[in-house]
Design a protein around this ligand. Structure first.
Ligand code: DGL
Length: 265
């Protein structure tokens, strides 16, 4: 089983981290499209173009069976097109976990942190409208412009990142939000800062494990036996902080080697 995964940067490795918990006997090819990061402040057309480019690379060079769009922003802009254009490919997307958050919240006040493109996208708006009719929950949205850049820069427990998050989270804190959707695959990397600001009891909803489960189910249906080694190759299109890769995948204890290389090599 060959699995292609992409994101604008290293944030999507939080999804790969969840995959490594149970998934075996596969090659994972990950693209961090850092030359064009962040995606979240780009137009739908630009995000679509980058998504097509990386998917085409994964198909042509690595003949992938499954594509995981480990990016909420690219899922919103491109998943429909990718499914139409590459019908033989199993395509799994990433969507903000608003439904579990609404079901989980006791205060009935939920926060959503995501990129501007995700929050303004039609996919999110439709999902929110549908769920708002089913659940009586107040939703506090916040577009976190600049947070992806801080994370890609390795400024994960930096005071600048803390102060950005403090100002974004203030309205949520003041309004007794008890559950926050991490609507960008980079944001689990700043979970500790969010907990520090909101208090340890805050529930953070991320989607990595749901995507891993979906991958397991779909691949079993397609004859995958889930035996043998798992290998990971990380390609980057621009700059990356290589240390972050081991940091994000550090729990992959019995894992094999992670190969990291420039996509143009
Ligand atoms: N990890 C991407 C997401 O889930 C970040 C998008 C960006 O580059 O702005 O939305």
């Amino acid at each position: 089983m060959k699995v292609g995964v992409f994101d604008s940067g290293l944030g999507g490795l939080t999804v790969v981290q969840a995959i490594t918990k149970n998934f075996k006997g596969a090659q994972i090819f990950y693209i961090a499209d850092t030359l064009f990061a962040p995606y979240g402040q780009k137009s739908k057309e630009q995000i679509l173009k980058h998504s097509i480019d990386v998917t085409s690379f994964l198909i042509k060079k690595h003949d992938i069976d499954v594509l995981i769009v480990a990016c909420n922003t690219a899922t919103s802009a491109a998943i429909k097109y990718l499914r139409q254009e590459f019908p033989k490919l199993i395509v799994i997307g990433t969507e903000p976990g608003i439904k579990p958050a609404m079901q989980n919240s006791v205060s009935k006040r939920v926060g959503v942190l995501a990129t501007p493109a995700t929050l303004n996208g039609e996919k999110y708006q439709l999902l929110l409208n549908k769920l708002s009719n089913e659940h009586k929950v107040d939703v506090f949205e916040q577009a976190c412009e600049g947070l992806v850049e801080q994370i890609e820069d390795g400024k994960i427990s930096h005071k600048e990142t803390f102060s950005m998050l403090s100002s974004w989270l203030k309205p949520m804190k003041n309004n007794s939000v008890d559950t926050i959707v991490l609507g960008c695959t980079h944001y689990p990397l700043v979970s500790d800062l969010i907990k520090e600001i909101m208090g340890a009891k805050i529930q953070l909803i991320e989607t990595g494990s749901a995507i891993a489960k979906r991958l397991e189910n779909l691949s079993l249906q397609n004859g995958h036996t889930n035996n043998g080694e798992l290998s990971i190759e990380v390609f980057y299109t621009g700059e990356i902080k290589k240390d972050m890769i081991n940091m994000i995948l550090q729990d992959w204890k019995d894992g094999g080697k992670i190969v990291v290389r420039d996509i143009n090599e």
